[in-house]
Design a protein around this ligand. Structure first.
Ligand SMILES: Nc1ncnc2c1ncn2[C@@H]1O[C@H](COP(=O)(O)OP(=O)(O)OP(=O)(O)O)[C@@H](O)[C@H]1O
Ligand SMILES: [Mg+2]
Length: 288
């Protein structure tokens, strides 16, 4: 079981959108994926229409020790894709956990227990809040990999030095095996020269760590959550769906996820490999 944190303390850069759609793409490619909503705004939970009632098991009650992942995780409308949802109770977690000894390791402990259980997925993806507090620290301590999404705009790199510094300190003191899997441009505007300049600057700083595929601004991505759907349910033929499929494949390679999870699911059958389910890419107008 591998754990990936999608993190950037900057708000509105595409963390939740990437989490939902990369997770869905990887599930559709045959992986068992669990999404964990670590953001008290609960956007990920709301976008899957899974926000728990205050007294129901949630990421909050999991962090406070009342429940384990097995109580909290729920299936979504996509086969192989699960969510551990949260509700607004998580808002109190930062202050409530402030005096807890070992508070930064609570999520890691719960995930280690999940990894030993029958429900263990192949991959856990953590949707972090737009801050670098206890919740984000829990994510970094529990993760094998980190993806930093950002928007291709003038202030894209602002705050990045601080984030990289936190990542480095976590690596040195708490989680030596954590690794940056990539920097993802999650909101790229094709019409703007500035977007291209920002990608060039990012490539200058991060080299090959910048994913070669950008997610372009596409209104379908903003609409899908309001229908409780991923892009693959809402607009499977859109260019946004194609971009997330390609990104997911690249991410699976970078994280060395099992190459052929479908074979793992049905090892005894020797059925001929069907043609890929993806339709040939269609020309499509970006709905910006
Ligand atoms: N490629 C895209 N095209 C169009 N809209 C997008 C795209 N990516 C994200 N959005 C929209 O932009 C807004 C911010 O995205 P998202 O919620 O994924 O960012 P976030 O980093 O998780 O934000 P927060 O920091 O508040 O958690 C949302 O309304 C989302 O639907
Ligand atoms: Mg978010």
């Amino acid at each position: 079981m591998k754990v990936l944190a999608i993190i950037n303390q900057k708000g509105g850069v595409g963390k939740t959108t990437s989490c939902a759609n990369l997770g869905a793409a990887l599930a559709l490619q045959g992986h068992q994926v669990l999404l964990v909503d670590l953001d008290p705004q609960a956007h990920l939970s709301i976008s899957f229409d899974r926000m728990p009632e205050p007294d129901e098991p949630s990421v909050y009650t999991m962090l406070t020790g009342e429940h384990g992942f097995e109580d909290v995780m729920q299936p979504t409308g996509t086969d192989g894709l699960w969510i551990a949802p949260t509700n607004l109770d998580l808002t109190g977690a930062e202050s409530e956990l402030a005096n807890e000894i070992g508070r930064e390791g609570l999520l890691r402990t719960a995930l280690q227990k999940l990894a030993r259980s029958e429900q263990a997925p192949d991959l856990v993806i953590l949707d972090c809040p737009p801050s670098l507090g206890t919740l984000s620290l829990n994510a970094l301590v529990a993760s094998d990999f980190v993806v930093i999404p950002l928007q291709a705009e003038f202030f894209a790199l602002q705050g990045m030095a601080q984030l990289l510094d936190v990542l480095e300190r976590v690596k040195q003191r708490l989680n030596p095996s954590i690794e940056l899997a990539g920097v993802l441009v999650g909101l790229f505007s094709q019409q703007r020269n500035l977007s291209r300049e920002v990608v060039q600057e990012l490539t200058h700083h991060f080299g090959d760590l910048v994913f070669p595929i950008q997610v372009r601004v596409n209104v379908r991505l903003a609409e899908a959550p309001s229908h409780g759907q991923t892009i693959f349910e809402y607009a499977p033929d859109s260019s946004a769906a194609d971009q997330f499929r390609e990104l997911a494949s690249e991410l699976a390679t970078r994280m060395e996820l099992t190459q052929d999870p479908a074979a793992k699911a049905a090892p005894e059958t020797q059925a001929p490999t069907p043609a890929p389910a993806t339709a040939p890419p269609m020309q499509e107008h970006e709905a910006e």
